[in-house]
Ligand binder design. Structure first.
Ligand code: ADP
Ligand code: MG
Length: 246
């Protein structure tokens, strides 16, 4: 029946991604193995710190790949649905990211706009303090939504080479709540735009290409969608739309 089909579809997706994961892990493993073999051959020699650095970087890469893969492969029923207040989610995420942004010389700001300004062109600012919390409520898994926000913020920060700013906007459009993450970083070219979100597509040396796949999967499971607008050399706006909880 339909359930069976869904299960088969899912299995197909997961095994495709698993094949990709195996492939992606092979490179860092080969590098680590090479250095360890070198060390084993000359046990009396001091290991150059550059080699240790590479090994550590590669181990961290495997760590990220497996962490992100775990999130992607988790069955949807593992989600814990409950009322989630997006305002407090954003505040938590800001707290978690503040220091990292400051270290990179990036200013991080947050605004809440009034209802139904889907374009956010002329946002009427509302002091976050006065915004009624239940106004921006969804039914979802708070931890997962935080994960999405952290992934988007991470991408925004990585897109900014030297200083810059990231602005998070919370608002509404019709019966959806919107969170937009805007950066003034590198932007995304058309070729890349067509591919991002595909597992393992990355333009970064140390990227996993799984971050956005995780975001798409989580937001889709929440009945929402992700929109990306980007201009090369100017920046990117990633918007997530989630059905409002009445
Ligand atoms: P990763 O960050 O590991 O590369 P992601 O799935 O998070 O994997 O992102 C995939 C690609 O999408 C990135 O490598 C980058 O090219 C592009 N990208 C995502 N977000 C942004 C952004 N805010 N600005 C510019 N490029 C981005
Ligand atoms: Mg990423």
């Amino acid at each position: 029946g339909e359930r069976e089909n869904m299960r088969l579809e899912r299995l197909k997706t997961v095994s495709l991604i698993a094949a990709g994961l195996a492939h992606e892990i092979r490179n860092p493993l080969t590098a680590i193995k090479g250095f360890v073999q070198l060390m084993a051959r000359r046990p009396e020699q001091l290991v150059p710190s550059a080699h240790l650095d590479i090994m550590l970087t590669e181990i961290e890469r495997i760590e990220r790949l497996t962490n992100e893969f775990r999130m992607l492969a988790r069955p949807p029923r593992a989600l814990q649905y409950a009322p989630v207040d997006l305002l407090s989610v954003i505040k938590d995420v800001l707290l978690l990211s503040e220091q990292q942004a400051a270290d990179r010389g990036i200013s991080l700001s947050f605004q809440v706009v009034m209802a139904d300004q889907s374009q956010f062109l002329w946002p009427i600012l509302v002091d976050a303090k006065y915004a009624p919390e239940k106004y921006y409520r969804i039914n979802g898994d708070e931890g997962q939504i935080k994960q999405v926000m952290l992934n988007l913020l991470r991408n925004a920060m990585e897109a900014i080479v030297d200083k810059g700013c990231i602005q998070i906007t919370l608002g509404k459009s019709g019966d959806h709540v919107i969170i937009a993450v805007k950066d003034n970083g590198s932007g995304i070219c058309r070729e890349a735009l067509a591919q991002i979100g595909t597992p393992f597509f990355t333009t970064k040396v140390t990227g996993t290409g799984l971050g956005l796949s995780v975001c798409y999967s989580i937001i889709q499971q929440h009945g929402g969608k992700i929109e990306i607008n980007s201009v090369v050399d100017q920046g990117t706006i990633v918007s997530i739309l989630l059905p409002e909880m009445k």
